[in-house]
Design a binder for this molecule. Structure first.
Ligand SMILES: C[S@@+](CC[C@H](N)C(=O)[O-])C[C@H]1O[C@@H](n2cnc3c(N)ncnc32)[C@H](O)[C@@H]1O
Length: 235
């Protein structure tokens, strides 16, 4: 469901010390934005940041970067984060507006990202020609490989079977191994699990939550290492 633009979005983002206005200007230097030198993890498509806020607050020994392409959704994320931290200004999380389809403009290997979280992305399952917009499509995975640390991980959740099945294949084709997988995260006992807005919604409807952790191997297969072309319009 599309969220209405809020009048307070721009003033609140402008006033937020942990909202980064020009993400590509920090390419290769994201670690400088944090006081503490510690592992850096990236959430792509954080939405309203329900799980992001709690995860960052509970894990002060990790630095988090959370991105989404929609600014008024990010403004809600900032509000949720501030609510989780109370009077304290968060020191271990930053937010930014980034279109993940061009994420290579924003992150590089020097950023040393150890883990990527992707939770409940749009499945783009109505038309095959739209599959390339999936956040787990091989052309996305090739971009992630360029900035993930060796052995880095992708933590992926979805309620969508077609997307889950395709993602397992995309990962295998792109030089990732599956390190953990469950077809029912909430019955699995996996912990800690930070429940996102959409996870809460789908689990509430009785849908099992599919979850996997993929680990980057040294070299992708020949196909996945082929040069990538980036989407222009529909693609
Ligand atoms: C269904 S919501 C899931 C939000 C959250 N992860 C959750 O689990 O509740 C998908 C989110 O991905 C964001 N998104 C979709 N395509 C994106 C892209 N190309 N780059 C960045 N964010 C994107 C949307 O704006 C939206 O906030």
């Amino acid at each position: 469901m599309r969220m209405r633009r809020k009048a307070w979005t721009e003033p609140e983002l402008a006033a937020c010390p942990y909202f980064i206005e020009q993400p590509s200007a920090h390419r290769g230097q994201w670690r400088e934005l944090f006081e503490a030198r510690q592992p850096v993890m990236l959430e792509i498509g954080c939405g309203k940041g329900v799980s992001t806020a709690q995860m960052a607050c509970d894990n002060p020994g990790v630095n988090y970067i959370a991105i989404d392409e929609v600014r008024h959704v990010l403004a809600v994320s900032v509000r949720n984060t501030q609510a989780a931290y109370g009077d304290e200004t968060p020191q271990n999380i930053v937010f930014s507006a980034v279109d993940a389809l061009r994420i290579h403009d924003t992150f590089s290997a020097e950023d040393g990202i150890e883990r990527i979280y992707i939770s409940f992305p749009n499945p783009w399952d109505e038309r095959a020609k739209h599959h390339k917009r999936r956040l787990t499509h091989p052309r996305q995975l090739a971009q992630y490989r360029a900035f993930l640390k060796p052995g880095g991980e992708i933590w992926f959740k979805t309620d969508n079977d077609a997307l889950f099945t395709a993602t397992k294949r995309y990962l295998g084709e792109s030089g990732f191994e599956i390190a953990y997988l469950t077809d029912d995260l909430h019955a699995s006992g996996f912990a800690p699990n930070y429940v996102s807005e959409h996870e809460q919604l789908y689990a509430g409807q009785g849908k099992p939550i599919r979850f996997l952790i993929a680990r980057m191997l040294d070299a992708p297969s020949a196909d996945a290492s082929a040069p990538i072309s980036f989407p222009q319009g529909e693609g």
